[in-house]
Write a protein that binds this ligand. Structure first.
Ligand SMILES: [Zn+2]
Length: 316
């Protein structure tokens, strides 16, 4: 099994990626919760055609939570609905997450990620009918929070929320700057190392931490410039066929530089898109351009090829 299949890097986290959690906390933190009576729960389950056995009201899979049928938040402010049996239906995690603050009927037949329609849930018409029954039965409380707590207190609460969002955005900009600096530091270190590329093929597994473009610009460049590649292979690297077959590239890995011509034109394809890195590469005193069209999905091709060169060199 390839390393790429066995290993998956955790998703990077963004500070601003938590914005809706903050709004949720500012709304959910003040919403009243009215505990339902057993009879009321039974009644809701009967209306939803699932007497005695609560299932997700939207997809009929096992339920894990109760979802606010009408959204609590609209345009970053409370709608006035609260947590009560007249606004709660059993739901599964998938549906609850996918529905978010959308209107239930628009969402249920939408192509949203993990919506019941997207997941191909059976008998959607019957599910919609039972939800319409619930909607007609329920008589939800609607509160004018501002009037209840007074304008000053209410506005202060939302100013705090806005300040937090603002601070998160400023923090994200700073965080991006720091991240870039650290990444540049790592690239520099890597460049320093590849002046003498590691001969130990196991070291190549360190490549998993690097972007494919960085591997191409450091390790591939170093291997090519080490003059260990035969002239035949250098010729092959300038062909479409070999580059496609070996690296899944749509352009030749190398393009010999014609010094009588404009370099910028040579970097571009027929349509004017740049397909080669700016920095030329020197192999056996000839200069070439190195292809820049690397995609993460093709990482294994590149890593395997570099590895094979290291293996050949270690043996000789
Ligand atoms: Zn569900």
């Amino acid at each position: 099994m390839s390393i790429d299949l066995m290993f998956q890097m955790p998703n990077p986290v963004k500070i601003t990626g938590r914005s809706s959690s903050i709004t949720n906390a500012f709304v959910n933190g003040i919403i009243p919760c009215i505990m339902p009576k057993q009879e009321e729960i039974n009644e809701v389950l009967r209306i939803l055609d699932m007497e005695g056995d609560a299932k997700c009201a939207y997809c009929r899979n096992p339920h894990t939570e109760w979802d606010h049928f009408r959204p609590l938040i609209m345009k970053k402010r409370p709608t006035g609905y609260i947590s009560e049996i007249h606004n709660l239906v059993p739901a599964c995690g998938k549906c609850n997450q996918s529905k978010g603050n959308k209107h239930w009927k628009t969402w249920i037949i939408s192509d949203a990620k993990l919506s019941p329609k997207t997941r191909g849930i059976a008998n959607l018409d019957r599910i919609i009918q039972s939800l319409e029954k619930y909607e007609a039965w329920s008589n939800p409380t609607m509160i004018d929070f501002e009037e209840l707590v007074g304008r000053k207190l209410w506005e202060d609460h939302w100013k705090n929320c806005e300040r937090l969002h603002q601070l998160m955005q400023e923090s994200q900009i700073l965080s991006d700057q720091i991240k870039n600096k650290i990444a540049q530091g790592i690239v520099k270190k890597e460049r320093g190392k590849v002046v003498a590329p590691p001969l130990d093929p196991t070291k190549v597994s360190e490549n998993n931490k690097l972007k494919i473009g960085i591997i191409a610009q450091t390790q591939l460049r170093a291997v090519l410039e080490s003059n260990r590649i035969s002239e035949d292979v250098i010729q092959l690297l300038q062909t479409n066929n070999y580059s496609k077959r070996t690296f899944n590239l749509n352009f030749p890995v190398l393009k010999a530089i014609d010094h009588s011509q404009n370099l910028i034109n040579q970097k571009s394809d027929g349509k004017g898109y740049s397909r080669y890195y700016k920095k030329p590469i020197t192999i056996n005193s000839a200069t070439y351009l190195l292809c820049s069209q690397w995609y993460e999905k093709d990482r294994e091709y590149l890593v395997r090829w570099i590895k094979s060169i290291h293996k050949d060199s270690a043996g000789s």
